[in-house]
Design a protein around this ligand. Structure first.
Ligand code: MSP
Length: 658
């Protein structure tokens, strides 16, 4: 790679809303990690984020708050910037759609498209979803509501400008064909083709007269420009497109990655390329629609009332715990479920047990056995080859995953190396080497550990910058030894460095106590509300009482979400004869289910079984464990059980059962 190769990465620009939940931070943290990774690889990186400040929602919110729209957004934007600072987001530019340069550039773009005949004046009649700022035809509505968010839409009729989107459908289909890597994951491409492109695109309404809070159409100022047109163009106006200084645009365009949540892929992979085609501007290299952080199956969103506050989580467990969770928990392109239990367990297992413990043990041993000074390397010993080899290949493996945007897998490689180090400590037992006065071997073991930790910490830096910094400081790693280049070869540390014993990077969490805290603070209001402290007995008595209930309609049945799931782990619940605690994989989600089947099924035989679960049962606490669903079983009069299982053992988990 040439030193000067560029990398332009963007998040969507955020709607300035009052509060931010852990899900909203996902795109920004993910892009931050990729931007940092590329910087460390030597790329010239431009990482753009910002705020999407116009539109009816803001106008109404500001009115309700008794302030001007600009005052309203100024305050919210300041809060958002604080959040990004807290989460260590290393953006190169924060664009606001109220920035003067952006406003001017959008007006120029609108005029240019009008002059080219790609924008024309007509009349709009249809439905508008204010929260989504989306137009819908009658046919697109779902039960008369917005198909994206399910909320009410407004019938609108007004004079509007239209963009000739219909003209670009074939070119966009061709773009997908010629550049299959343009839109990922692949499933999103199929969605766009089948739902939008194949049925044919309608021209897009790109102006409004019924609101004031927007960028005026320069040659007809009673119209303001449609918020999505205003917003999408930020990716080029931020680089100075349409201004006197286009140097950034010339350097960084086309974008290497536009990253966003799946619900706005349509805007980025259909409407945005069409705008660019109309302007004769090259198309971005990649649009990536990631999955959602969900909350028992629902996308976490303020409007649905389920928020998990990243500021509270960061203050309590550290910013890097939050970053780690976000980067580790959502599998490639899929959704990842948030529960406090999963969040806390992740911190305990990966960060406290594996990584944190390794650093504590190693620094403590160097303190105890060598006075806090790193011994010198004593050359390669065949017993150490395996560990050294793993350390030397870490960056290569992490890069391979990161390049494919498989960030959870990349992180997993680093944690796996920490686990190998912990095993290496157990096998080599430095305390015995010390007792036996085997100074030479003891020094070699301590050196190998410190050097492997250095390699792991440098590789970890784009993901968890603060943790990496703390580790490197503890081992007095010099500036030259914190680069990617320096971790390709084992043996960077010279020996003689001061090694400081540092407090645990991630103190072990008492999960039960913390879950109690969450309940008390109502930090996850929705979860707490949903938790009924039921026990298994009244669940089963309820079940038997229901055997003779009245007939239900098909709509009633449709309310029950039955899904296939695969049991990945299972254990007996302490002090209970009846209960098993199962971990199941249901599509992209991992759930804990407590089930009263222990008298019939052993924990070991459950692992690997495919089962059917009630996926939208209100979570309930059983023996202090939060159960997120129920496993379907047949039960005879003698209370013998037989688990309902899909006949086809290979049937994908997460599938609907009807
Ligand atoms: N303003 C538009 C984007 C315009 S870009 C030209 C917008 N803003 S947003 O604030 O609603 O969303 C910002 C980002 O946060 C999006 O990528 C969105 O998908 C992401 N997320 C919001 N909630 C999320 C989850 N629960 N999980 C993962 N990402 C989520 O859309």
């Amino acid at each position: 790679m040439k030193k000067t190769e560029k990398f332009y990465i963007t998040t969507p620009i955020y709607f300035p809303s009052g509060s931010w939940h852990i899900g909203t931070c996902y795109t920004t943290v993910m892009c931050d990690c990729l931007a940092r990774f590329k910087r460390m690889q030597g790329y010239d990186v431009f990482y753009l984020t910002g705020t999407d400040e116009h539109g009816q929602k803001i106008e109404t919110n500001a009115k309700n708050a008794g302030v001007s729209p600009k005052e309203y957004v100024d305050e919210k934007v300041a809060k958002l910037r604080e959040l990004w600072k807290l989460l260590d987001i290393s953006y190169d530019k924060f664009i606001r759609t109220t920035d003067e340069e952006h406003v001017k550039a959008v007006q120029n773009i609108f005029t240019k498209l009008y002059e080219r005949g790609d924008i024309y004046l007509s009349e709009y009649e249809g439905h508008y979803c204010v929260p989504c700022e989306s137009f819908w035809t009658e046919a697109q509505l779902k039960d008369g509501k917005c198909p994206d968010c399910g909320r009410d839409v407004k019938l609108m009729k007004e004079e509007s400008y239209f963009f000739r989107l219909s003209k670009y459908g074939d070119r966009i289909l061709k773009l997908y064909e010629e550049r299959p890597e343009f839109l990922e994951p692949k499933s999103r491409q199929n969605e766009m083709i089948n739902n939008f492109l194949k049925p044919g695109l309608n021209d897009l309404c790109v102006s409004r007269t019924s609101l004031k809070w927007g960028i005026p159409v320069p040659f007809n100022p009673k119209h303001v420009i449609y918020v999505w047109m205003d917003a999408l163009t930020n990716y080029i106006t931020a680089l100075g497109y349409g201004s006197d200084d286009q140097s950034l645009f010339d350097r960084f365009w086309p974008a290497d990655i536009h990253m966003m949540g799946k619900e706005i892929v349509r805007f980025h992979s259909v409407i945005w390329p069409a705008f660019l085609m109309a302007l004769d501007i090259p198309i971005p290299k990649k649009v990536y629609g990631h999955g959602w952080m969900t909350f028992f199956g629902d996308k976490i969103s303020k409007s649905k009332g389920n928020t998990v506050d990243p500021v509270t989580l960061s203050a309590r467990y550290g910013v890097d715990a939050v970053r780690y969770y976000l980067l580790r928990e959502i599998p490639f392109g899929q959704d990842g479920n948030y529960t406090n239990q999963i969040f806390l367990s992740r911190i305990n297992t990966d960060l406290a047990n594996d990584l944190g413990n390794l650093v504590s043990r190693t620094t403590a041993m160097i303190g105890q056995y060598n006075g806090g000074v790193l011994p010198k390397s004593s050359g390669i010993d065949p017993r150490d080859e395996e560990l050294i080899d793993k350390a030397e290949r870490l960056l290569e493996r992490v890069t391979e995953f990161t390049d494919k945007l498989l960030v959870p897998d990349a992180l997993n490689e680093i944690i796996k190396l920490a686990q190998s180090c912990n095993k290496y400590i157990d096998i080599n037992a430095p305390w015995i080497l010390n007792k036996n006065n085997d100074k030479q071997r003891l020094n070699a073991v301590l050196y190998n550990l410190a050097e492997t930790i250095r390699i792991a910490a440098v590789t970890l830096a784009p993901f968890l910058p603060d943790t990496a910094k703390k580790i490197l400081e503890a081992f007095s790693v010099e500036a030259g030894l914190n680069s990617f280049e320096s971790v390709k070869k084992f043996g960077g540390l010279k020996g003689g460095e001061t090694v400081a014993k540092i407090p645990p990077l991630f103190p072990r969490i008492d999960i039960a106590k913390e879950l109690q805290y969450f309940e008390d603070e109502a930090i996850k209001k929705e979860e707490v509300d949903a938790v009924n402290p039921e026990n298994i007995n009244n669940q089963s008595s309820q079940a038997s009482a229901n055997t003779d209930v009245d007939m239900i309609s098909i709509e009633d049945f449709a309310k029950i979400r039955l899904r296939t799931a695969r049991v990945t782990a299972c254990e007996k619940v302490e002090k209970s004869d009846k209960l098993l605690k199962l971990t199941v994989q249901c599509g992209g989600e991992t759930r804990t289910i407590v089930s009263g089947i222990a008298h019939k099924y052993a924990a070991t035989e459950m692992v690997g079984k495919n089962v059917i679960i009630v996926a939208n049962l209100k979570p309930a606490k059983l023996k202090g464990i939060l159960s997120e669903g129920m496993i379907l079983c047949a039960e005879d009069e003698a209370h013998n059980l037989s688990i309902a299982m899909p006949e086809d053992k290979e049937f994908p988990s997460g599938s609907t059962v009807r």
